[in-house]
Design a protein around this ligand. Sequence first.
Ligand SMILES: Cc1ncc(COP(=O)(O)O)c(C=O)c1O
Length: 398
Amino acid sequence: MQLSQRIQQLTPSLTLAIDAKAKELQRQGADVVNLGAGEPDFDTPAPVVEAAHQAALAGKTKYTPTAGIPELRSAIAARVSKTHGIAVDAAEIVVSNGAKQALYNALQAVVNPGDDVLVFAPYWVSYPDMIALAGGRMVPVAVHEGSFEPNLAALEESCTARTRGLILNSPTNPTGAVYSRETIEAIVDFARRKDLWILSDEMYELLVYDGAKHVSPSQIGAEGRARTLMASGFSKSFAMTGWRCGYLVAPKQVASAVATLQGQMTTNVNTPTQWAALAALDLDDSVMGAMVKEFGERRRLLVRGMSEILRGRAPVHEPRGAFYLMQDVRPFLGKRFRDRPLRDDRELGEALLDSALVATVPGSAFAAPGFIRLSYATSRENLQKAVARMGAFLNELA
Ligand SMILES: Cc1ncc(COP(=O)(O)O)c(C=O)c1O
């Protein structure tokens, strides 16, 4: 009995594998600090939980329209119109099981077998497999070392007659980069010249620090607006990862095609979850503001801690958005920890977990060999503990 070729080409997510290993060690009683997870440690705000509870009690437990309850689609449209300063209609919104399904749907809707999709590397682990499932081919495009901003010359060189679109993710997982307005404008201009779709993954749009500003390609004139398929959701910004609610904002024709696809696949998002998401959009800005402020403090603490333990042996690139720090560990590769060779970022990450009990994700998972990704979506106490342990680990390298 054979599995399909489609399934055989998939790679299991390394981030989930590391998270599972860290949790297994914790289950066995080890005091692991988990900087691997891409998940806020905050509780979902109480009014959101209450809204789901009330919805279920009120019998809002039936199928809804596939694209979402009209109230939620309208509220999302109103919010995006306000945050992005563009006019968005409820008919352009499809509510999905997380931004993950929104991205999957969008790729299925616009990519033909044999098409190329450009993706800036380092990139989020799911893009290559999602593109492959649509029959497309991912073409990685370099970013500038240090700033992690897209290399626009490399973008031009990567484009061929087969190129159908590009994926943009700012603020970025895994680097924490927030692309400048000039970069976004240049990318929209490129998409216009080459007649491409821009799939803009804006999952971390609210998580920006130190005055950094999130700019969406949909805000760059009529061309940017018409070419952008925008995915976002409630997981990271509202501490709602397990609720599974995200959305796509797309031109009506694409949104309608996506709703048809979703109607043959998963139908609507869990009904009480949709009412919960509606309540999330109604929260006072101060609730989110407090979470963003705390992430900002943690970021400062981690950047300072890493700079102190590294003492110039490797650069620390300060992230400006999301909740990740991409740490260059190339100067340590080729060394040994006790008797263990650290030939690459995977071996270094494994040794760090086994011996120092700090879980991180090797950069190779994101096409960034020689780096490790540290998530600061954990308490300040955990971050301090992790930094101290990493410092002791690095000092033992020979
Ligand atoms: C860049 C990026 N996009 C999309 C997602 C998907 O989030 P969700 O499906 O929980 O909405 C994630 C989650 O880790 C992410 O990091």
